[in-house]
Design a protein. Structure first.
Length: 437
């Protein structure tokens, strides 16, 4: 088996497979200590990185220029690497079932180009057992080698939070695991080199897989509770965020807030766990209930907007509604599993004219992935209602005069502030018909 010393002295390289939100920051960090090969099947992505650009904005152009990474879309380059880290996405399909195509494809590619004695580490979020039940057999089948004899496998789940410059790869404790003590030692040593917060050694790959998938399941359930409470309080005429502020004065009250739950983790990972649970004959109730609540929020926001317009005697079919923000969270360009699209689709059901602006999203991606044409900020005018869906910094820096100029003349400006960016009392003093989740 490859040793840490071989990697540290440059006699062998580390490959990172998948250079997205997870893989690229990892490759950059590792390149400060090891020889790194950055592999991605997208030639467009490789060309972008070789020019020193990262459209995910997770790594700065300065950091990219400083990083000594051999970028490639040639899978044969993996055969020169003693440690291969797989960091491909694990999404869900339209039926909310795990889409394992990326991890299966990556395992196949790695297997076909696996060096004898190499260690393969998976970072992709999966359900407990997937690495050993699906990935390892693929590696064996395509390499012609035996696991635990000719190659070894570990698992270290990613904990990247897109757009978060405080909680980064280096500052978050890394969970590591390996199928043998020697594999675990190697994986732990490599990650400890770049993760200042240290590593936590899990007793098995399955434990590490389970730990990752419940991290986001727990957050999903807590946010679901807040979303359900917000709907209850909305009907009671009580401001949810004021209630949470009051309740938060108790030392053991957990601070979560309502909102749209999308992205590649919180809105996806619970389905990996429930899929596995149902496979073994257990029907999860609490987890799926939380998912149903969170998946309903976009529709709830849109319905609230329509009801507010109706109360103002606005002709719904001809209403002109603006939506600010499309990405799954603020200050990132990531459109994966964005739930803002639920608001848009629901509004379109009423034949309203919906204009969407987002300064972070890539227009080409919005069109290809969501079949949506983004509007210029100057086109956001003559509106009957405005939904502030994602509080990007650009929107926070807008003056209230600029926002007011987006509405039709002579009508009461209607603002639905999903994340509660503005103060309700101030907005009402300014004459707004204001609502927040």
């Amino acid at each position: 088996m490859i040793t840490y010393e071989n990697l540290k002295n440059g006699h062998s390289s580390i490959a990172v497979v998948g250079l997205g939100y997870v893989g690229l920051p990892l490759a950059v960090a590792l390149s400060r200590h090891f020889n790194v090969v950055g592999f991605d099947i997208s030639e467009r992505r490789i060309a972008e990185l070789m020019k020193g650009e990262d459209l995910t904005r997770e790594v700065t152009s300065h950091e990219l220029k400083q990083a000594d990474i051999q970028y490639t879309s040639d899978p044969t380059r993996l055969s020169d690497c003693g440690l291969v880290i797989v960091a491909v996405p694990t999404p869900i399909d339209q039926h909310r079932r795990p889409n394992l195509n990326p991890v299966i494809s990556a395992s196949t590619t790695v297997g076909k180009n696996l060096a004898s004695g190499a260690v393969v580490v998976y970072e992709s979020t999966v359900y407990p057992g997937l690495t050993e039940d699906i990935c390892i057999p693929l590696l064996e089948a395509h390499s012609g080698m035996r696991n635990r004899v000719d190659f070894f496998v570990g698992y270290s789940p990613e904990r990247i939070n897109p757009g978060d410059k405080e909680h980064t790869l280096e500052t978050i404790v890394k969970v590591v695991s390996g199928q043998t003590p020697e594999t675990l030692d190697l994986v732990a040593s490599v990650y400890a080199t770049v993760v200042k917060a240290g590593v936590h050694r899990a007793s098995s790959i399955a434990v590490a897989e389970a730990a990752k998938v419940i991290e986001n399941t727990q957050r999903d359930l807590n946010i679901a509770l807040m979303n359900e409470l917000s709907m209850i309080f909305d009907h009671l005429g009580i401001d949810t965020l004021e209630v949470l502020e009051a309740a938060g004065t108790k030392w053991n009250f957990l601070k979560f807030s309502p909102g749209l739950v999308g992205g590649h983790c919180i809105g996806v990972d619970p389905y990996y766990l429930t899929y596995k649970a149902e496979e073994i004959g257990h029907h999860p109730q609490v987890i799926l209930a939380g998912r149903r609540i969170n998946d309903y929020v976009g529709k709830y926001v849109a319905e609230t907007c329509i009801k507010m317009l109706a109360k103002q005697d606005c002709m719904i079919r001809s209403a002109r509604i603006g939506v600010l923000g499309l990405t799954f969270k603020e200050n990132v360009p990531d459109l994966r599993n964005t739930r803002v699209i639920d608001i848009i689709h629901e509004l379109n059901e009423y034949c309203s004219e919906v204009l969407v602006h987002d300064p972070m999203a890539l227009p080409d991606e919005a069109e290809s992935e969501l079949d949506l044409m983004l509007s210029d900020i100057d086109d956001m005018n003559n509106l009957d209602a405005l939904i502030l869906a994602v509080p990007h910094s650009q929107y926070k820096s807008m003056s209230i005069q600029r926002i007011s100029a987006m509405f039709k003349k002579g009508v009461t400006p209607m603002l639905l502030d999903v994340k509660g960016m503005f103060d309700p009392a101030e907005m009402k003093e300014l004459g707004y018909n204001y609502w927040r989740l």
